[in-house]
Design a protein around this ligand. Structure first.
Ligand code: ADP
Ligand code: CIR
Length: 340
């Protein structure tokens, strides 16, 4: 990529931080896996309505393209160049209580973390053979899970259309990447080497080779955040012993979208708030550092007053803090709904 009309249109962090100087500095760089600036910015250039607009193509992208990615990371997570990410996945450190013990508002709770395998390229540039190698390594590790966590891996190509659609509707399975991921190159060779691992109760899931190589998910009905977190922590301890995840001391776990760096964690509830106006839901969520999504995830609408509320920041706070932040925000939303 030799030139680009700058500034890019739109409000994305990419448009804000890709100055002519940064472009000049980065335009000829290439990582070991062949990631270039054009890979990083493809999604945001094609989709001027992006919020962020970039995806990293591998671990090295975060150092090679730091003059673009560092300001984006700082703007989204509030992490400065000198800050260090700290992990705390110890469920004993979580003091937050169930914010809805009577089960009146919260339908379900889900905590997911994003992970990629060390030394593999990420979704934007990974090849068919490497994707299959990653799948094989991940499925091998999942096969060692025991007890409540034991389950079955379902390769996406093996699912008939009705089953696939039902699992998506039940929030258990991902869809093909949306236009943001499509433009970022994530849908290449779809559905080859993608799949989902599910335990018998469907409270523990792993999505393989979607936006990240692993999305490790603990979920259940109700609002028992502590139980959902403890299950996730148990699974992570087993998987970390078998797999080496891409990670940096400064940025924590490395993910394709910079919004997921650090903890890689999105802790969310589905909460029904029929009395509070949507603007108030948004305002209270924002005050508590939370993000509101629709009933079927990112870039979907809230149906029947059911919102997906989750921690926005994933880097520069620990996993325990992210879940605590969610518990506090959800309690505030419930208080406001009761008073509305
Ligand atoms: P991700 O969380 O993996 O970044 P999405 O926002 O697309 O991506 O959500 C993935 C799926 O998880 C969607 O079907 C979404 O509705 C579902 N989901 C998210 N939070 C919850 C929750 N608390 N309970 C049930 N399903 C949820
Ligand atoms: C965008 O830039 O809008 C898309 N690439 C999606 C970014 C991920 N969104 C988020 O807040 N996690």
């Amino acid at each position: 990529m030799d030139s680009l009309p700058l500034p890019l249109p739109g409000q994305s962090l990419l448009a804000r931080f890709l100055t002519p100087e940064v472009f000049e500095t980065l335009k000829d760089r290439e990582t070991y896996f062949g990631v270039r600036l054009s890979h990083l910015i493809a999604s945001g250039v094609k989709n001027p309505d992006s919020a962020i607009g970039v995806y990293a193509g591998d671990e090295e992208s975060y150092t090679a393209f730091a003059p673009l990615l560092d300001p984006i990371i700082q703007a989204y997570h509030g992490l400065g160049p000198e800050d260090r990410h700290v992990t705390d996945l110890n469920p004993a450190h979580l003091e937050a209580e169930n914010p809805d013990p009577e089960g009146r508002f919260v339908l379900s709770t889900r905590i997911r973390v994003a992970r990629n395998l060390c030394c593999f390229p990420f979704g934007p540039v990974i090849g068919r053979r490497e994707r299959r190698m990653a799948e094989r390594a991940i499925v091998g590790a999942l096969g060692t899970l025991e007890g409540e966590l034991a389950g079955t891996y379902h390769p996406l190509p093996s699912l008939d259309e009705a089953t696939r659609a039902r699992l998506v509707k039940e929030h258990l399975l991902f869809k093909a990447g949306d236009r943001f991921l499509e433009a970022g190159g994530f849908n290449r060779d779809w559905p080859d080497a993608r799949g989902v691992f599910m335990n018998a109760e469907r409270t523990f899931l792993v999505w393989v080779n979607e936006e990240d190589q692993l999305r490790i998910i603990s979920m259940e009905k109700g609002a028992d955040l502590g139980r959902v977190f403890a299950r996730l922590a148990r699974a992570l301890a087993v998987l970390e012993a078998r797999l080496t995840f891409a990670r940096s001391e400064r940025l924590g776990y490395l993910t394709s979208c910079p919004t997921n760096l650090g903890t890689g964690m999105r802790a969310s509830v589905h909460i029904r708030l029929v009395r509070l106006p949507e603007q108030e839901v948004q305002a209270i969520a924002e005050d508590h550092g939370l993000q509101v999504r629709g009933t079927h995830g990112e870039h979907t609408a809230a149906e029947g007053g059911v919102y997906d509320v989750s921690n926005k920041r994933r880097l520069g706070i620990t996993e325990v803090e992210a879940v605590t932040q969610l518990a506090e925000g959800v309690s505030a939303l419930i208080r406001a709904e009761r008073g509305a």
